[in-house]
Design a protein around this ligand. Sequence first.
Ligand code: HEC
Length: 202
Amino acid sequence: MKQLKSVMAIAVLLCGGSATAADKYADQAAALLKADFKSKGPATLERVVEQDEAQKACSSAAALPAKKAKALEEAQLKLVKYPADGKYLGDWKAGEKIAQNGRGMQSSDKVGSENGGNCYACHQVSKEEISFGNIGPTLYQYGKLRGDSEAILKYTWAKLYNAQAFNACSRMPRFGHNGVLTEQQLKDLMALLLDPQSPVNK
Ligand code: HEC
Protein backbone atom coordinates (compact mmCIF):
# COMPACT_ATOMS: atom_id res chain seq x y z
CA MET A 1 0.00 0.00 0.00
CA LYS A 2 2.80 2.35 0.90
CA GLN A 3 4.45 1.63 -2.42
CA LEU A 4 1.20 2.20 -4.28
CA LYS A 5 0.82 5.60 -2.63
CA SER A 6 4.33 6.55 -3.72
CA VAL A 7 3.63 5.52 -7.27
CA MET A 8 0.46 7.60 -7.24
CA ALA A 9 2.34 10.57 -5.85
CA ILE A 10 4.97 10.24 -8.58
CA ALA A 11 2.22 10.03 -11.18
CA VAL A 12 0.79 13.29 -9.83
CA LEU A 13 4.26 14.83 -9.99
CA LEU A 14 5.05 13.72 -13.50
CA CYS A 15 1.73 14.03 -15.28
CA GLY A 16 -0.20 16.05 -12.77
CA GLY A 17 -2.37 18.96 -13.84
CA SER A 18 -1.54 22.42 -12.58
CA ALA A 19 1.76 23.78 -11.34
CA THR A 20 0.20 24.53 -7.96
CA ALA A 21 -0.90 20.92 -7.50
CA ALA A 22 2.62 19.75 -8.44
CA ASP A 23 4.11 22.20 -5.92
CA LYS A 24 1.73 21.02 -3.24
CA TYR A 25 2.51 17.36 -3.65
CA ALA A 26 6.24 17.60 -4.43
CA ASP A 27 7.50 17.53 -0.83
CA GLN A 28 5.01 14.81 0.09
CA ALA A 29 6.06 12.68 -2.88
CA ALA A 30 9.75 13.12 -2.08
CA ALA A 31 9.13 12.08 1.52
CA LEU A 32 7.26 8.96 0.40
CA LEU A 33 9.99 8.07 -2.07
CA LYS A 34 12.66 8.48 0.59
CA ALA A 35 10.68 6.25 2.95
CA ASP A 36 9.86 3.51 0.46
CA PHE A 37 12.74 3.23 -1.99
CA LYS A 38 16.41 2.45 -1.49
CA SER A 39 19.41 3.21 -3.68
CA LYS A 40 20.90 0.18 -5.37
CA GLY A 41 24.11 0.32 -7.38
CA PRO A 42 24.13 3.26 -9.79
CA ALA A 43 20.32 3.61 -9.51
CA THR A 44 20.40 6.10 -6.66
CA LEU A 45 17.47 7.60 -4.83
CA GLU A 46 19.20 11.01 -4.93
CA ARG A 47 18.85 10.98 -8.70
CA VAL A 48 15.08 10.96 -8.27
CA VAL A 49 14.46 13.13 -5.23
CA GLU A 50 17.26 15.69 -5.26
CA GLN A 51 16.64 18.35 -7.85
CA ASP A 52 19.00 21.21 -8.62
CA GLU A 53 17.81 24.76 -9.26
CA ALA A 54 17.13 24.18 -12.97
CA GLN A 55 15.15 20.98 -12.39
CA LYS A 56 13.10 22.55 -9.61
CA ALA A 57 12.21 25.55 -11.75
CA CYS A 58 11.10 23.29 -14.58
CA SER A 59 9.12 20.95 -12.31
CA SER A 60 7.19 23.61 -10.47
CA ALA A 61 6.27 26.27 -13.02
CA ALA A 62 3.76 25.48 -15.74
CA ALA A 63 5.54 27.94 -18.01
CA LEU A 64 8.88 29.40 -17.03
CA PRO A 65 8.94 33.20 -17.53
CA ALA A 66 11.33 34.07 -20.42
CA LYS A 67 13.64 36.11 -18.21
CA LYS A 68 14.00 33.32 -15.65
CA ALA A 69 14.58 30.77 -18.44
CA LYS A 70 17.38 32.91 -19.90
CA ALA A 71 19.05 33.32 -16.50
CA LEU A 72 18.88 29.55 -15.93
CA GLU A 73 20.37 28.83 -19.35
CA GLU A 74 23.25 31.24 -18.70
CA ALA A 75 23.94 29.62 -15.33
CA GLN A 76 23.86 26.12 -16.89
CA LEU A 77 26.23 27.17 -19.69
CA LYS A 78 28.76 28.32 -17.09
CA LEU A 79 28.79 24.78 -15.65
CA VAL A 80 29.92 23.18 -18.93
CA LYS A 81 33.42 21.65 -18.81
CA TYR A 82 35.08 21.66 -22.22
CA PRO A 83 37.61 18.92 -23.12
CA ALA A 84 40.77 19.29 -21.03
CA ASP A 85 43.09 18.78 -24.04
CA GLY A 86 41.10 21.10 -26.33
CA LYS A 87 40.32 18.20 -28.71
CA TYR A 88 36.63 17.76 -29.46
CA LEU A 89 36.56 14.86 -31.88
CA GLY A 90 37.01 11.17 -31.01
CA ASP A 91 36.08 8.09 -33.03
CA TRP A 92 32.71 8.15 -34.82
CA LYS A 93 32.49 4.35 -34.88
CA ALA A 94 32.59 4.25 -31.09
CA GLY A 95 30.13 7.18 -31.11
CA GLU A 96 27.63 5.22 -33.19
CA LYS A 97 27.68 2.39 -30.62
CA ILE A 98 27.07 4.86 -27.79
CA ALA A 99 24.19 6.47 -29.73
CA GLN A 100 22.60 3.02 -30.25
CA ASN A 101 23.02 1.92 -26.66
CA GLY A 102 20.16 2.70 -24.32
CA ARG A 103 21.46 0.80 -21.33
CA GLY A 104 22.95 2.04 -18.08
CA MET A 105 22.52 3.29 -14.52
CA GLN A 106 20.25 0.40 -13.64
CA SER A 107 20.27 -1.23 -10.22
CA SER A 108 21.87 -4.36 -11.71
CA ASP A 109 24.78 -2.40 -13.24
CA LYS A 110 28.16 -2.03 -11.56
CA VAL A 111 28.85 1.42 -10.11
CA GLY A 112 31.14 3.23 -12.54
CA SER A 113 30.34 1.05 -15.56
CA GLU A 114 29.91 2.87 -18.89
CA ASN A 115 26.44 3.97 -19.94
CA GLY A 116 24.82 4.33 -23.35
CA GLY A 117 23.60 7.65 -24.78
CA ASN A 118 20.27 6.39 -26.13
CA CYS A 119 20.30 9.09 -28.81
CA TYR A 120 18.08 7.08 -31.19
CA ALA A 121 15.31 7.05 -28.62
CA CYS A 122 14.74 10.73 -29.45
CA HIS A 123 16.62 11.51 -32.69
CA GLN A 124 17.14 10.25 -36.18
CA VAL A 125 20.92 10.04 -36.33
CA SER A 126 21.77 8.12 -39.52
CA LYS A 127 19.87 6.95 -42.58
CA GLU A 128 20.63 3.27 -41.93
CA GLU A 129 18.65 3.00 -38.70
CA ILE A 130 14.95 2.81 -39.51
CA SER A 131 13.68 2.81 -35.93
CA PHE A 132 14.12 6.02 -33.95
CA GLY A 133 12.18 8.45 -31.76
CA ASN A 134 11.27 11.99 -32.74
CA ILE A 135 11.07 13.98 -29.51
CA GLY A 136 14.23 15.71 -30.73
CA PRO A 137 15.04 17.05 -34.20
CA THR A 138 16.75 14.84 -36.79
CA LEU A 139 20.55 14.91 -36.51
CA TYR A 140 21.02 13.42 -39.97
CA GLN A 141 23.60 15.53 -41.86
CA TYR A 142 24.30 17.57 -38.72
CA GLY A 143 27.96 18.21 -39.62
CA LYS A 144 27.36 18.54 -43.34
CA LEU A 145 24.88 21.35 -42.76
CA ARG A 146 26.79 23.20 -40.05
CA GLY A 147 30.46 22.63 -40.69
CA ASP A 148 33.05 22.34 -37.92
CA SER A 149 33.84 25.94 -36.96
CA GLU A 150 35.02 26.61 -33.39
CA ALA A 151 31.54 28.01 -32.64
CA ILE A 152 29.82 24.82 -33.84
CA LEU A 153 32.28 22.61 -31.94
CA LYS A 154 31.69 24.54 -28.72
CA TYR A 155 27.91 24.71 -29.15
CA THR A 156 27.58 20.98 -29.93
CA TRP A 157 29.83 20.01 -27.02
CA ALA A 158 27.89 22.21 -24.62
CA LYS A 159 24.56 20.88 -25.89
CA LEU A 160 25.64 17.28 -25.27
CA TYR A 161 27.22 18.21 -21.94
CA ASN A 162 24.25 20.14 -20.59
CA ALA A 163 21.20 20.51 -22.86
CA GLN A 164 19.58 22.91 -20.39
CA ALA A 165 22.25 25.51 -21.25
CA PHE A 166 20.26 26.29 -24.42
CA ASN A 167 16.74 25.31 -23.48
CA ALA A 168 16.09 25.76 -19.76
CA CYS A 169 13.62 22.90 -19.58
CA SER A 170 15.06 20.67 -22.30
CA ARG A 171 13.96 17.05 -22.21
CA MET A 172 17.38 15.92 -23.42
CA PRO A 173 19.49 14.31 -20.66
CA ARG A 174 22.44 16.35 -19.34
CA PHE A 175 25.00 13.77 -20.35
CA GLY A 176 28.20 15.45 -19.12
CA HIS A 177 26.75 17.49 -16.29
CA ASN A 178 25.14 14.45 -14.68
CA GLY A 179 28.09 12.15 -15.33
CA VAL A 180 26.06 9.84 -17.57
CA LEU A 181 28.74 9.85 -20.28
CA THR A 182 32.51 10.27 -19.93
CA GLU A 183 34.58 12.94 -21.70
CA GLN A 184 35.84 10.29 -24.17
CA GLN A 185 32.28 9.13 -24.94
CA LEU A 186 31.24 12.74 -25.58
CA LYS A 187 34.20 13.13 -27.97
CA ASP A 188 33.14 9.98 -29.83
CA LEU A 189 29.59 11.33 -30.17
CA MET A 190 30.98 14.66 -31.40
CA ALA A 191 32.83 12.74 -34.13
CA LEU A 192 29.64 10.86 -34.99
CA LEU A 193 27.88 14.21 -35.52
CA LEU A 194 30.71 16.13 -37.20
CA ASP A 195 33.15 13.76 -38.97
CA PRO A 196 32.57 13.86 -42.76
CA GLN A 197 33.13 10.05 -42.82
CA SER A 198 30.40 9.37 -40.26
CA PRO A 199 27.09 7.91 -41.52
CA VAL A 200 25.45 11.06 -40.12
CA ASN A 201 27.04 13.12 -42.89
CA LYS A 202 26.67 10.70 -45.78
C1 HEC B 1 14.91 12.10 -24.14
C2 HEC B 1 15.12 12.61 -25.45
C3 HEC B 1 16.52 12.91 -25.94
C4 HEC B 1 17.64 12.09 -25.89
C5 HEC B 1 17.78 10.71 -25.26
C6 HEC B 1 18.67 12.79 -26.61
N1 HEC B 1 18.21 13.99 -27.05
FE1 HEC B 1 19.25 15.36 -28.17
N2 HEC B 1 17.64 16.63 -28.12
C7 HEC B 1 16.41 16.34 -27.58
C8 HEC B 1 15.52 17.48 -27.81
C9 HEC B 1 14.07 17.55 -27.38
C10 HEC B 1 16.26 18.45 -28.51
C11 HEC B 1 15.76 19.81 -29.02
C12 HEC B 1 16.35 20.94 -28.23
C13 HEC B 1 15.97 20.90 -26.77
O1 HEC B 1 14.77 20.85 -26.45
O2 HEC B 1 16.88 20.86 -25.95
C14 HEC B 1 17.59 17.88 -28.68
C15 HEC B 1 18.63 18.55 -29.33
C16 HEC B 1 19.85 17.99 -29.65
C17 HEC B 1 20.92 18.65 -30.37
C18 HEC B 1 20.87 20.07 -30.93
C19 HEC B 1 20.31 20.02 -32.31
C20 HEC B 1 20.37 21.34 -33.03
O3 HEC B 1 19.79 21.39 -34.14
O4 HEC B 1 20.98 22.30 -32.57
C21 HEC B 1 21.94 17.76 -30.49
C22 HEC B 1 23.28 17.99 -31.20
C23 HEC B 1 21.53 16.55 -29.82
N3 HEC B 1 20.25 16.71 -29.31
C24 HEC B 1 22.29 15.40 -29.73
C25 HEC B 1 21.96 14.27 -28.98
C26 HEC B 1 22.82 13.12 -28.83
C27 HEC B 1 24.17 12.94 -29.50
C28 HEC B 1 22.17 12.25 -27.98
C29 HEC B 1 22.67 10.95 -27.42
C30 HEC B 1 23.92 11.02 -26.66
C31 HEC B 1 20.90 12.86 -27.65
N4 HEC B 1 20.81 14.08 -28.27
C32 HEC B 1 19.95 12.28 -26.81
C33 HEC B 1 16.06 15.18 -26.93
C34 HEC B 1 16.90 14.12 -26.67
